[in-house]
Design a protein around this ligand. Sequence first.
Ligand code: PEP
Ligand code: MN
Length: 337
Amino acid sequence: MIITIKRDQDKKQLNNLLLWIKDLGLQADISEGEHSTVVGLVGDTSKVDIDLVKSLDIVENVTRISEPYKKANRKFHPEDTIINVGGYKIGGNHFQIMAGPCSVESEKQVTAIAKAVRESGATILRGGAFKPRTSPYAFQGLGVDGLKILLKVKEETGMPIVTELMNEKYLDEFADVDIIQIGARNMQNFDLLKAVGKVNKPILLKRGLAATMEEWLMSAEYIMANGNNKVILCERGIRTYETYTRNTLDLSAIPLMKEKTHLPIIVDPSHASGISRLVRPMSLAAVGAGADGLIIEVHNDPPHALCDGAQSLRPEQFDEVVKAIDVMLPVVNKVRG
Ligand code: PEP
Ligand code: MN
């Protein structure tokens, strides 16, 4: 349920309303926008007398929210959420590019790629230390050692880092990670979602391989319901009947999710296509669709990459993609960095 408060409301009356909501055992989420103040009610709102609330002087309107996601709902929070990552803003009219290798292979590799992508305009470094692989015989990532490498490169380059957490038992080791990634395969690992909901840092929530937009929003809701509102959504392609691409990039999810939620949404053209030559056109399509950023896999020697070489750009190809993105950004009224 949302209560829209009249403009120039009386603060005392608003406080009384908030106390009354609390007494009903409900949680009130206040969102102060430029044009109005919206109070979102979370919990069992069946006992709220709508007519009584509507009759209050300060109340403009009361509506029930039919969608199962509340905190993630744009009706609850009409303004875009903007998340600050080491001074870089994600959401609103900002556009951030995250780039780096699929997996952390060595300090030399990550350092070289980080420096190159930073030079081209990437602001956030990606790299997997814990890798969710389809085959148990495939490279599983360097684990905690890989994390240490990422943190070292963060210190050296000043780039914030984003990396995947597969098991909450490693949360302490992730203390200095800037964005915790929840991978597609774990989008509905509810215990993991609850655990990162209790952390005070941004979470990059990838869309599940076969998840509807509503299921994806409900996973964001899990994180938010546990106290963490800093959720960044990532469209990374979904499983369809098509086999020429690794996944099918659901571009329509970007404008649609922007209607449904106030959370920022970025696109991963690398996992969405699985083919490096498709990364440029899919990146530009994502910009055109209104994405708040991109996460792109870059490797200095793709044929020898331990994971996802076929979809990785070389640094010079990445540089060219960023230049093309820059040409497009003014059209969607976004500024990079
Ligand atoms: C990744 O980003 O390295 C990854 C494994 O992505 P996804 O969870 O989208 O497959
Ligand atoms: Mn990958």
